[in-house]
Design a binder for this molecule. Structure first.
Ligand SMILES: Cc1cc2nc3c(=O)[nH]c(=O)nc-3n(C[C@H](O)[C@H](O)[C@H](O)COP(=O)(O)OP(=O)(O)OC[C@H]3O[C@@H](n4cnc5c(N)ncnc54)[C@H](O)[C@@H]3O)c2cc1C
Ligand code: FES
Length: 553
């Protein structure tokens, strides 16, 4: 008889039953949200910590590859294991409530912070797990939403969510609804979203920029930064004194934290970036966060990078109009069969995951050093992803040097291969950020080998031409036929076994696992990753680039 065991998930206390089936299958069947992706023990998405109970490994068919994901002694893969009795498991970085993102919240209080800014405090009916710097979407009666940053650390505030909302002239929410909201009234909010979040770099001095209510996004990052012993400086831009509506609190913080300074910058007197540049920060080591109007963000970025800030250490959120009807909003219509998405799917989430993956790739590439082994590079990449807040990877990180760049991802590589002074390296990341899948990979040349340079040039040309072809309405299959011809015309071979795939709110494996190269319809924007791997026809030199299919501004 198939004996059923009770599997408890701590700390939630939720449980499901499992018998002879794999634990992953039992958990999926129970309807609980499960992190998973490859189902063959390679990606590590389904890794859990075993707090109690015995289990046995899945029996593999003769000749089948062993699960390759490395585990600590107390860890287990749900997709590779059966329970032998009752168990207690913990899934690090995963909330079982993840897909139920819309929560009801009551108005707790409301007060004016200045002539144009209202503080709205909500008490959610279920706690919202938030990372410093994230925002929520307010659901409106007409089905539209508005984004507002969480201006506090809810964990340290009895779960309350604080918002600082500027009245926008003609604003449906800020001028219309907000004024009439009474204490006790119920709203629905969705989230959290956003990649402009605390990066947890213990050592770096932190420089913060805000304009107007951009301060709402920066304040929780400031509060988090002040918990460490490092320099923290805030530049807050506004038109008049009343715009610095939290100045008394900030003055008080300066007294409490000798390594904190803040500078109100009136627009009549200068720009935040100009004042910051005159203060002689150590930009090479700094971590910069900026929230507010887009023009300020652009200028701050240019100035900071020119002053020596590494590009991946600049993190920003633009406080633009956030209603669906606002210019720039994208309406998506996905194919109901091949392009299913989960309940969390949102453009913001997908864009934030992409942006964060790009930053992670830059950070990892900047730490690749000549002489390093592939194994050392993979360990460095895992540390970097973890430090940036990736909860999982939905596929393992692939790093390949030299001759390994022509191998397909699943093929084994030489972990002892060292990066040479004249070399080519591929990095392919698949992190999960705040419940959204990121996927970004690129190729990097070390030294000035002409064939290496030619490879990356051809790679990006093939990618760009194929993306242009997508805009003409080609199907997934036609796109890869096109890419093959484009590669051949440049003297390179397209490796068709890397054939593009879906991307969504994690785990997309729950919805669809078809490859882009097999898709007989034109792929929609923001649902597919176009992967291009080129190999030289005779030399062991290859390159790889991938990105989400999307219109580029
Ligand atoms: C990630 C994110 C976080 C945000 N956090 C905050 C926050 O914490 N506090 C806050 O006050 N705002 C924040 N915003 C901006 C806020 O979401 C928008 O201003 C929102 O559209 C206001 O809604 P509304 O219904 O009052 O105005 P709407 O009805 O959306 O807009 C009315 C008119 O004003 C224009 N408009 C609205 N907002 C802006 C803007 N910011 N810039 C230029 N034109 C605009 C619209 O295009 C429209 O013509 C954030 C935006 C984003 C994207
Ligand atoms: S290791 Fe289990 S889903 Fe990938």
């Amino acid at each position: 008889m198939n004996k059923r065991h009770v599997i408890e998930l701590s700390p939630s206390g939720k449980s499901f039953e499992a018998g002879d089936e794999l634990l992953l299958e039992a958990m999926l069947a129970s309807g609980l949200a499960v992190p998973f992706s490859c189902r063959r023990g390679a990606c590590g998405s389904c890794k859990v910590v075993v707090a109690e109970g015995a289990y046995r490994a899945k029996r593999l068919a003769p000749g089948a590859p062993q699960p390759s994901y490395p585990l600590a002694a107390n860890e287990m893969l749900l997709c590779q294991s059966h329970a032998c009795g009752d168990m207690r498991l913990h899934i690090p970085g995963w909330s079982l409530d993840t897909p139920a993102l819309v929560v009801a919240a009551q108005v707790h209080s409301k007060r004016a912070l200045g002539p144009d800014v209202i503080e709205l405090v909500l008490m959610p009916e279920t706690p919202v797990a938030v990372r410093a710097g994230q925002y929520l979407k307010f659901h409106l009666a007409d089905g539209d939403t508005r984004c507002f940053s969480i201006a506090n650390l809810p964990d340290e505030d009895d779960g309350r969510l604080v918002f600082q909302i500027r009245r926008v002239s003609g604003g449906y929410f800020s001028e219309g609804i907000l004024g009439g909201l009474a204490v006790g009234e119920r709203l629905h909010v969705e989230g959290p979203f956003g990649a402009c979040t605390w990066q947890d770099d213990e050592a770096a001095p932190v420089v913060l920029f805000a304009t107007g209510t951009g301060y709402a996004g920066i304040k929780p990052i400031l509060l988090t930064a002040l918990k460490r012993d490092a320099d923290v400086t805030l530049y807050w831009g506004g038109a008049q004194s009343a715009d610095f509506y939290d100045s008394a609190f900030l003055d008080h913080l300066m007294l409490e934290h000798p390594r904190f300074r803040w500078h109100p910058v009136r627009s009549s007197e200068g720009r935040v970036q100009e004042v910051a540049m005159s203060h002689g920060h150590q930009w090479e080591q700094a971590q910069v966060y900026a929230c507010g109007n887009g023009a300020m963000l652009g200028q701050v970025r240019i100035h900071c990078l020119e002053a020596g800030l590494p590009s991946h250490r600049f993190i920003a959120e633009a406080f633009v109009a956030s209603g669906r009807s606002s210019a720039g909003a994208v309406s998506l219509s996905f194919d109901p069969v091949w392009e299913k998405v989960g309940p969390r799917y949102s453009l913001d989430g997908m864009l934030a995951a992409r942006e964060k993956s790009i930053r992670a790739l830059a950070a990892i590439a900047s730490q690749l050093k000549v002489g390093m082994t592939t194994g050392e590079a993979l360990e460095m990449a895992a540390r970097q992803l973890q430090a940036m807040g990736a909860s999982h990877t939905w596929h393992p990180t692939y790093i390949r040097f030299g001759a390994d760049t022509v191998r397909p991802p699943r093929e084994g590589i030489d972990r002892q291969r060292r990066l040479r002074a004249n070399d080519i390296a591929v990095v392919d990341l698949g992190p999960v950020w705040d419940g959204y899948e990121g996927d970004y990979g690129d190729t990097f040349v070390f030294g000035d080998g002409p064939l290496h340079q030619a490879c990356t040039t051809a790679l990006h040309e093939v990618f760009d031409e194929t993306r242009q072809a997508w805009l003409r309405g080609l199907t997934g299959r036609e796109l890869y036929d096109f890419a093959e011809q484009s590669a051949a015309s440049k003297g390179w071979r397209l490796a068709r076994n890397l054939a593009g795939h879906r991307l969504a709110d994690f785990p997309h494996a729950l919805f669809e696992s078809k490859e882009l190269a097999d898709l007989e319809i034109p792929p929609s924007e923001m649902a597919w990753v176009l992967e291009i791997q080129l190999c030289h026809p005779t030399e062991p030199v290859g390159g790889f680039f991938e990105d989400m299919l999307m219109l580029q501004g």
